[in-house]
Design a protein around this ligand. Structure first.
Ligand code: NCD
Ligand code: ZN
Length: 345
């Protein structure tokens, strides 16, 4: 097969930032994706519906002419979030989901939640109103090893919350472990997982063997190869509970190539080519559409896109820039370390 046409994909987890960075990176997403769930971890974060309206307008102002793209806005859940603001923002169609960051889990998560009990009133209202919760699923206790943070989160936070509020719709984002996919695939209703492009391709050796490679450092951190294999298996299964959230998270190179480098991998520009490669490699190109275009909207209760995307396998590798230039500086593009032959149009 040298060409496939699929329903136009959506990205269910994306960092667009703001200002010059937003201007620099948005075209890479809007060229391929019809919609994206926009992460609210700006500085300061997007915490109210009024913040979300202003941020949405700044995004919309940067969409290149001719691209049909809708940002799906989220609110950053804090311990002082007003449940009524969340419900109104959702009912008015301003926000699509709420994002939970455990305090200190990742980039710009200082205002996150220290104890889930403190946000239960908001979560209860969300369950009632059918508002999805996107979760960064890692505990941040200093005594938990960074490679175990996801598994411990599932056991100590996610599972108890599911039992307490089974009707709350939850997306366990950027799952990186076999434990994570097994948990999600064990639940019939109200729970889904997103997988990133890079976690389908790299494992922890990619970051650490032969010298430290800051451009492969992201959170949650990539795990052992058995986990990567479990993620690929889940992605290519086409299961309705598993879908794409790239977690493309741009940082300028000086902040990555640093004694204390930022977490985040920038993959918007070549994600669809990488995914076609991974799915073809697994003999499952026919499942790419479920993963990238169908399962996400179905879980969120949104309609699938009417537009399509054609991916064509070229004889010669498709060239992507090593870095993109933004008004803030250069951003290194995710390098899958294999040639990409699939071109997305
Ligand atoms: C994200 C960022 O840079 O905002 N970084 C990352 O490594 N994924 C934050 C996040 O989603 O964890
Ligand atoms: Zn993210």
């Amino acid at each position: 097969m040298t060409s496939i046409t699929i329903t136009r994909p959506d990205d269910w987890h994306l960092h667009l930032r703001d200002g010059e960075m937003l201007k620099g990176v948005l075209p890479d997403t809007s060229a391929h994706f019809r919609r994206a769930i926009i992460m609210p971890n700006l500085v300061p974060p997007v915490v109210t519906t009024a913040d979300a309206i202003r941020y949405r307008d700044r995004i919309v102002a940067c969409i290149p002419d001719g691209d049909d793209f809708t940002p799906l806005m989220t609110l950053y859940l804090t311990e002082t979030t007003d449940p009524d603001d969340v419900v109104t923002g959702f009912k008015d169609g301003i926000i699509t989901a709420v994002k939970l960051y455990p305090a200190g889990a990742t980039t710009n998560s200082e205002s996150g939640v220290t104890d889930i009990a403190k946000v239960l009133p908001v979560l209860e209202k969300m369950a009632e109103a059918g508002i999805p919760l996107c979760m960064h699923g890692e505990v941040t206790n200093a005594d938990v090893d960074i490679f175990d943070r996801e598994a411990v989160f599932i056991e100590t936070v996610l599972d108890p919350l599911r039992k307490r509020l089974p009707e709350l719709k939850i997306i366990m984002e950027h799952v990186t472990t076999k434990d994570g996919v097994d948990y999600v695939l064990g639940e019939e209703h109200g729970l889904a997982a997103t997988l990133t492009t890079h976690h389908l391709i790299i494992n922890r050796n990619t970051i650490l063997v032969g010298g430290i490679k800051p451009h492969y450092y992201c959170l949650p951190i990539a795990k052992r190869e058995v986990h990567r294999q479990a993620l690929v298996k889940a992605a290519v299964s086409g299961d309705r509970r598993i879908f794409l959230g790239t977690d493309s998270a741009p940082h300028i190179d000086p902040l990555k190539e640093n004694a204390c480098g930022c977490a985040g991998i920038y993959s918007s520009i070549n994600t669809m080519s990488c995914l076609a490669h991974v799915f073809e490699d697994a003999g499952a190109l026919d499942k790419l559409e479920s993963f990238a275009s169908l399962n996400g909207p179905a879980f969120y209760g949104l309609s699938k896109n009417t537009a399509t995307m054609t991916l064509t396998k070229r004889e010669n590798p498709v060239e992507f820039p090593k870095t993109i230039e933004t008004g803030e500086g250069a951003v290194t593009v995710f390098d899958p370390q294999f040639p990409l032959h699939w071109e997305a149009e």
